[in-house]
Design a protein around this ligand. Structure first.
Ligand code: PLP
Length: 395
């Protein structure tokens, strides 16, 4: 059976050229980057080459790149790393639509004596920079607002928030896990002190990422051990993972000029537009906001998202109801409810997210399945039967 994968915000398939770049790290170039012999030097050179590639992608200095085990560690290192320099009573500003890697870190910071403001978002899931400004207090030490949202793809006004943070002399962290490779991410333009990325969202290996740490930022490590990563992240470097991240950073940079990002945007737009035209009682969540080019989140009236994901999966299409980390949870997405969607509408929402491997045929495959599956599920839905004569809740 043909399978089409449109859940690239959960994870992406490794590109063959990335595997090729990583392969020697398991065999002839397997050294420990801290060893002084030849294999060690080879590994060190590979790690530093990858660091330069990530630095070029983010427009920072190589020394400002700290390799991590992924987005979750990057977010934790940013928040707890800064908190290491804070006193109880210090204040953090974040938003209600962050990934759980940030939200649950903030909850832990509260238990540790910090106070946290969770900013609301508007109906398009956008944070208002004026709200950030108003939330500032003399004790505010850190602002953490994501660059792009994992469920809706909405791009936050991070450059404006960066300016507010700089004026207030407050650290600014942004989780750019879902933005990098999809839109240009430039730490100077954003004006952030800390920025998180993860390799597996851009066709690199799972379990690898990086945190940009602006020169001069005082950061307490999460782990204690050797003096790896300039004492910011102890532990023998994940050589193959880091080399893979370096390679995808190079590919991500090229994506803005080789047409691959533009092609992904065209495919996403075709998918979204055609669903809107061919299926009744649907709405695009955050359709009016600036978004990354690969994501569309659509609410289908009178549908249980989980049922739709399962029905589409059985027919060969992989999509998602929300963040992969919360799948299996019955609660509606905290992101969709924060932007004002009813629990019912949030539960009926599906995220389609494209990657570099997706083709026009993949989109046509999805477009052939979605209306059919929706019609079948609605036929079984007593709620749909009851409301089908009423005007749509989504109109
Ligand atoms: N931040 C965002 C916005 C994400 O979407 C994810 C993963 O879904 C993470 C952080 C966590 O990244 P990782 O899976 O690399 O730990």
């Amino acid at each position: 059976m043909r399978r089409v994968y449109l859940d690239n915000n959960a994870t992406t398939p490794l590109l063959p050229e990335v595997l090729e770049a990583m392969r020697p790290c398991f065999f002839e170039k397997f050294g420990n980057a801290s060893s002084i012999h030849q294999q060690g030097q080879q590994a060190r050179a590979a790690v530093e080459h990858a660091r330069e590639s990530v630095a070029e992608l983010l427009n920072c200095r190589p020394a400002e790149v700290v390799f991590t085990s992924g987005g979750t560690e990057g977010d934790n290192l940013a928040l707890f790393g800064i908190f290491g320099n804070m006193q109880p009573g210090n204040h953090v500003i974040t938003s209600s639509i962050e990934h759980h890697a940030v939200l649950n870190s903030c909850h832990r910071l509260e238990q540790m004596g910090c106070s946290v403001t969770y900013l609301p978002v508007d109906g398009r899931a956008l944070v208002d920079p004026d709200d950030v400004h108003r939330a500032l207090r003399p004790e505010t030490k850190l602002i953490s607002i994501m660059t792009a949202n994992n469920e809706t793809g909405v791009l936050q006004p991070v450059s404006e928030i960066g300016r507010i943070a700089a004026e207030a002399d407050v650290y600014f962290h942004t989780d750019a896990v879902q933005a990098v490779g999809k839109v240009p991410v430039d730490v100077k333009e954003i004006g952030c002190d800390l920025l998180t990325i993860s390799a597996h969202k851009i066709h690199g290996p799972q379990g690898t990422g990086a945190l940009f740490v602006r020169k001069g930022t005082l950061l307490q490590p999460l782990f204690y051990g050797g003096r790896h990563e300039r004492s910011r992240r102890a532990g023998t470097e994940n050589l193959a993972g880091i080399v893979g991240l370096g390679k995808v950073a190079e590919i991500a940079r090229l994506g803005f000029t080789d047409g691959s990002v533009a092609r992904m945007a065209e495919l996403r737009d075709r998918l979204e537009q055609t669903i809107l035209e061919n299926v009744e009682q649907v709405a695009v969540n955050s359709g009016g906001a600036p978004r990354v080019p690969n994501t569309t989140n659509i609410s289908f009236d009178c549908i249980e998202g989980e049922a739709m994901v399962i029905a589409l999966d059985l027919k060969g299409l992989s999509v998602s109801t929300g963040a992969a980390c919360s799948s299996g949870a019955v609660e509606p997405s905290h992101i969709l409810t924060a932007m004002g969607l009813s629990a019912e509408r949030a539960r009926g929402s599906i995220r389609f997210s494209l990657g570099k491997q997706n083709t026009a045929e993949d989109v046509e495959f999805a477009l052939a399945l979605v209306p059919e599956v929706i019609a079948r599920l609605r036929e079984l839905s007593p709620v749909y039967k009851a409301v089908s004569h009423q005007p749509s809740a989504l109109s």
